[in-house]
Design a protein around this ligand. Structure first.
Ligand code: TXA
Ligand code: MG
Length: 328
């Protein structure tokens, strides 16, 4: 069983060190228990998806210890600043445009140009995040498709050994995830209902607020989101060779990848090839996925050939994302 520990200063320091070194820690918030990883470290975030056993990537909420920690990650307009001032720390998540130079990883945002941010209202969460010194990505700390955890033993029962340390903080106060508000456009839209209502939000920003709820755990407007996942040039999956005018998204050794017409993929110029993981490490590959697709998405290539990625563990989510990109 994983370690469940009372959040003494020593244990919180140990937990913060686990987060800084790229490991997972489950921690209490006022809504539900979260499964946290350093949001700025793609491989650490990949561990969240692997532990939850999710078959696809969805964008995660990055948690700050305060507004200051998050100001560099997103463009906060007047509405966002007013909402942060009134409701943070608290059960409100804001979706905002990502800011250039932000440190949150592409994987935490599932490759989107937007980011979900919140400051939780729980002393253990706040101390942990402050000590870690970085935004912490944290979905609910349960296996995919199971109930959200409101007590430390729920986390242990659901995730088992996948999480090395669970900070115990009693029962979660709300037992319901935070309200998610999309502020990326001129309209203010609640995309996940939670403890705060549209009236609360509307009164704060003095503007109308609508609900546009998606099915549980599905991001808003999947059609729109899929466009972000898809590069402008076609994707060809399970490639066993590469055309001279194609880019190559490699996985593992390229020793036996040939270039049509002669030559080996290992001789391709740097701008034409990216290797998700030369050693075939799926966590490393997941962390690189979105950035590498973007880097190869160049109109001078007729498409991107993608080598086979094993459909095990987090490879299932990677294949899901690539298949959607190939189909669009
Ligand atoms: O109460 C909570 O919010 C808990 C605790 C642990 O803080 N966390 C949580 O995180 O529920 P998560 O990552 O499971 O919630 C993500 C929600 C999903 O509904 C997702 O679709 C939405 O936020 N979301 C995140 N980033 C988004 C984005 N860039 N665009 C649209 N939706 C986004
Ligand atoms: Mg959940």
């Amino acid at each position: 069983m994983p370690k469940i520990a009372a959040p003494t200063p020593t244990i919180i320091e140990e937990a913060a060190e686990l987060l800084r070194s790229g490991d997972l820690v489950a921690f209490p918030t006022e809504t539900v228990y979260g499964l946290g990883a350093d949001a700025t470290n793609g491989e650490a975030v990949a561990k969240i998806f692997a532990a939850k056993g999710r078959p696809s990537f969805n964008p995660l909420i990055s948690h700050g210890a305060n507004l200051d920690m998050l100001l560099g990650e997103a463009i906060f307009d007047d509405r966002a600043l007013a909402l942060a001032d009134k409701f943070w720390p608290g059960p409100l998540t804001m979706i905002l445009p990502r800011k250039d130079g932000g440190l949150i990883s592409d994987l935490a945002c599932a490759g989107l140009k937007t980011v979900a941010l919140r400051v939780p209202n729980h002393p253990v969460a706040l101390e942990l995040i402050a000590k870690a010194g970085k935004p912490i990505a944290a979905p609910s700390a349960n296996a995919s498709g199971t109930l959200s955890p409101t007590a430390p033993h729920h986390v242990a029962d659901s995730l088992g050994e996948a999480v090395p340390l669970i900070l115990a903080g009693g029962a979660a106060q709300f037992g319901l995830e935070s309200t998610v508000v999309d502020l990326t456009g001129p309209d203010t839209v609640i995309v996940r209902a939670g403890a705060l209502t549209a009236e609360d939000v509307s009164a704060c920003i003095d503007a109308p607020v609508t609900y546009e709820l998606e099915a549980t755990d599905k991001p808003r407007s999947p059609g729109q989101l899929l466009k972000h996942y898809a590069p402008n040039i076609p994707i060809r999956l399970r490639a066993v060779d590469v055309a001279p005018d194609e880019a190559l998204l490699a996985f593992g050794s390229v020793k036996f990848m040939g270039v049509r017409g002669g030559g080996s993929a290992s001789g391709l110029p740097h701008d034409q090839i990216r290797n998700l993981s030369e050693t075939g490490d799926l966590l490393e590959a997941a962390a690189n996925l979105f950035a590498y697709i973007r880097q190869l998405d160049n109109p001078k290539f007729k498409g991107i050939a993608v080598m086979d990625i094993p459909a095990t563990g987090i490879g299932i989510a990677m294949n899901d994302r690539l298949t959607r990109a190939a189909a669009s």
